[in-house]
Design a protein around this ligand. Structure first.
Ligand code: ATP
Ligand code: MG
Length: 236
């Protein structure tokens, strides 16, 4: 069975792509055979009449993956909305079989897979099929990315609790400072409270760094920041 992680988050914009890319870059840098996937992306840009996701491109770059774009991102939608809504507005229906087939193909090629979800666990992909169901089908251990800001204890506990209700194997939490100027007292106190209430390890705390932007493609910095700030045992 493939090893790796399904990266989810407490919300959109918390840093799932950065974390998934950072981990993939660490695996690759260690000489491991790692594949990446952004199964469903919305807010894609039209390039040469194809819809392209910035997230998928960043993951492909981070892992130096040679896989076809359509395997890495089998479902791409133009509107920056929840998948079911974006699909409805473009008069299409998301083909979940296409996601499973692409995932199976990538699993045959790679020893490790890093998969980025979309939004949080209860984002709808099909009428009654959510990100949590997709994660369950992929059978990968889950990492929850959260913000270090006020409100994160509630968001993180809800996410972990829902993941556990669905039988997902939650490995731990990565706290990512996705925006500058987080309140220091909030940042310093969240970690212990989240650890206490979830009994999960904090697998990393990623600082804000202007040049870490996913549109900057700064691989050297990405590897350095992740090597210095995530748990060494994260590479399984
Ligand atoms: N530690 C950080 N330092 C600097 N910029 C960051 C950091 N973490 C995230 N960002 C930036 O914040 C934005 C949101 O991060 P990211 O795209 O990784 O979030 P996401 O959870 O994947 O969002 P989405 O739900 O849209 O997929 C990006 O522009 C990213 O480059
Ligand atoms: Mg993303």
């Amino acid at each position: 069975m493939v090893k790796g992680y399904f990266i989810t988050g407490t919300d959109t914009g918390v840093g799932k792509t950065l974390v998934a890319g950072g981990l993939a870059a660490l695996y690759k840098n260690k000489g491991l055979n790692v594949g990446v996937m952004k199964p469903v992306a919305t807010g894609c840009k039209r390039v040469n009449n194809r819809l392209i996701s910035d997230d998928a491109v960043f993951l492909k770059f981070s892992a130096e993956a040679e896989d076809e774009y359509d395997l890495i991102n089998p479902v791409s939608l133009e509107q920056p909305l929840a998948p079911t809504v974006a699909a409805r507005l473009s008069n299409t229906k998301i083909d979940t079989d296409k996601i499973n087939t692409a995932f199976d193909t990538l699993c045959e090629r790679h020893e490790y897979m890093i998969v980025e979800g979309i939004g949080g666990l209860l984002v709808p992909i099909d009428e009654y099929y959510f990100v949590v169901d997709m994660a369950e089908e992929m059978e990968l251990p889950v990492i929850v990315v959260c913000r270090p800001t006020l409100g994160t204890i509630n968001h993180t506990l809800l996410t972990v609790s829902y993941a556990r209700q669905h039988g997902l194997d939650v490995k731990g939490i990565i706290i990512n400072e996705s925006a500058e100027n987080c309140d220091a007292i909030v940042k310093d106190t969240n970690t212990d409270e989240i650890k206490r209430l979830t009994s999960l390890p904090i697998l990393g705390t990623i600082p804000f760094h202007k040049k870490l932007d996913i549109k900057d493609y700064n691989k050297e910095l990405l590897i350095k920041i992740f090597r210095d700030n995530v748990d060494k045992d994260i590479i399984i």
